[in-house]
Design a binder for this molecule. Structure first.
Ligand SMILES: Nc1ncnc2c1ncn2[C@@H]1O[C@H](COP(=O)(O)OP(=O)(O)OP(=O)(O)O)[C@@H](O)[C@H]1O
Ligand SMILES: [Mg+2]
Length: 235
């Protein structure tokens, strides 16, 4: 579903990504782990078509990024660090705005149902600027999935969520997985990664240093594997 080959990204004279090869199958849920500054968010931005790689190839659902950027964008739901929301808009207005941009039908109905599924029904018509960090994150999640994307690219999606909202997010991801959605999730949260991901890749200094299965593994396995890889000097 997602293929990256020899992907590099250079900014000024700094190599941020140094030759990433990655393959994600349809319906997989994969965690991207790695220390601060490793290049995880940069990789996600390249896959989300927001920044161009310096060299290398990306294809999503058989579409090559260089040629089919617009078609690819329609397939993607991207949740960045920043919320991508309009502050003075309400959750409903934000979702309707994004749904319209994707040319969706029955947007308002879908928006109301999604806002309710992230637990914000009471705040449907309140401007987002009055919201707490966790509430903004909940709306941002609903925004990222308003158009039923086939691929979800999530950058630290659990940040700022309380336990209830984190559980809601996980069930949203798993429900979408049942429908065939492919998810790539950057995270520092090993517990969430172990709970919902079947595979993990580790990025360090712009390189992919590990790629392993998480099926049937728990958070302790992931913790010790990560420590061994990242603090054990693999590069
Ligand atoms: N536009 C840019 N110009 C120059 N350097 C950049 C640019 N974008 C990112 N970087 C640098 O690239 C490196 C990787 O950044 P990135 O945000 O991808 O890291 P990350 O793995 O997501 O880290 P974190 O876990 O802290 O979110 C950092 O050293 C950052 O300073
Ligand atoms: Mg990041």
């Amino acid at each position: 579903m997602i293929v990256a080959r020899k992907l590099t990204k250079q900014a000024d004279d700094k190599f941020i990504l140094r030759g990433i090869d990655l393959e994600i199958n349809k319906g997989e849920t994969v965690a991207i782990l790695g220390p601060n500054g490793a290049g995880k968010s940069t990789l996600l931005k390249v896959l989300a078509t927001l920044i161009k790689p310096t060299s290398g190839l990306v294809s999503i659902k058989g579409l090559e990024m260089k040629k089919s950027q617009h078609e690819i964008r329609k397939l993607l739901g991207y949740l960045p660090h920043s919320s991508f929301l309009y502050d003075h808009f309400t959750p409903l207005e934000n979702l309707v705005f994004y749904g319209a941009a994707y040319g969706m039908d029955h947007i308002e109905e879908k928006a109301v149902s999604l806002i309710s599924s992230v637990g914000l029904s009471f705040f449907l018509n309140e401007p987002v600027k009055n919201f707490s960090r966790g509430m903004v994150q909940r709306v941002a999640i609903a925004r990222a999935i308003i158009h039923d994307p086939e691929v979800l690219l999530l950058d630290e999606p659990h940040t700022g969520l309380d336990q209830g909202a984190a559980d809601t997010l996980n069930s949203v991801i798993l429900t979408m997985k049942e429908k065939g959605t492919t998810t790539l999730m950057v995270t520092h949260d090993f517990k969430q990664a172990a709970e919902i991901c079947e595979r993990a890749v580790v990025i360090k200094n712009g390189k992919l240093i590990a790629n392993f299965c998480l099926n049937g593994k728990d958070v302790n396995f992931l913790h010790s594997k990560y420590t061994e890889l990242v603090e054990g000097g693999a590069s």
